[in-house]
Design a protein around this ligand. Sequence first.
Ligand code: PLP
Length: 376
Amino acid sequence: MIYLDSNATTQVHPRVLDAMMPFLTEAWHNPSSGYRAGREVKSAIEKARQQVAGLIGATPEEIVFTGCGTESNNMAIKSLAREIGRKHSKVVVSEIEHSAVLRPTDAMAAVGFDVERVGTDGEGRLRLDHLKAAVSGDRPGFLSLMWANNETGVIQPIAEATAIAKEAGWFVHTDAIQAVGKVPVRVDEVPVDFLSISGHKFHAPKGVGALFIRKGSPFEPMIRGGGQEAGRRSGTENVPYLVGLGEAAAIMQEEMQNGGLDRVGELRDRLQAGLCQRLNRVRCNTQPCFTTPNVAHLSFDGCVASEMLPKLDAAGVQCSAGSACMTGKSQPSHVQKAMGFSDERAYSSLRLSLSLFTSEEEIDRAIEIIAEMADG
Ligand code: PLP
């Protein structure tokens, strides 16, 4: 099987598994226990915290471990909702956010918050002029803008958008789940208040994430209890998974430094170029310079992606039409609608997403299979 759906999830890196195993076998103690075995487990968590902080330029104290990216988003959004209050305040999100931002902000709108969605241009990047208009006025508010989009891989103008929101005195949350480990994401350069991370998008297991909370930014815990994570997210820690997340963060930092992600980008370009050479009905929906290096988003004129997918699966290529969460939904993707695509174009689009484990042979074979399918 050729796996080209890495934005849905990635395989656990063997080094991550090796790092996790001792904490599923001999080092199973409770990190809150005062005896040595407990303290050793606790120090493994603190090492993981440093590794995650190191990947994004944060301090370890600013990292709170969570159960997934969805939880991280909800934690940030609910906390900010409480901070700004529903009267005379405003919330702005982009039209292309993941449901893990759209649904919690929909829930805020349902109880009286003024929530505005700002659109994108044809390249899938937030309209900064519309953002400027949306944050104008003297109201308190927050912006939640993703760092990179899950369907298209398009990197958002996060630094500019954060500057606009900060200028208005607003708080900023970013869902960086599809950017972390793929492109440089630095909270020491972009002054967001909150940043969400999910492990399974970069070779850690599913069911572990983190939230960066800038020192001094307002935060109200969503889960209270025994006071773990400095009281910010209670519950006995999922030690093996936290260790795995830390190791994955260290690996991705190494890979970004030693050209591993550049290699992924070259393979993505090879895939796009190969398909464009073989087919004249293919359209590249995004520009590589605006996207994470691992995603190609393409339309195949005259084809219906939902019909292609099972055939591709049978022929040995696993990919998707949009996000994994959209699978089975009959409407065109809200992301492609925001980019101004016709329904026909949206229905004919495939998302092909690579990872560190994708090989050149797989890409060449995938070109053959997809081209044959789109031609047939
Ligand atoms: N945000 C984005 C942009 C995503 O791509 C995803 C996962 O697909 C999520 C949030 C949800 O993350 P998790 O699966 O860890 O809950």
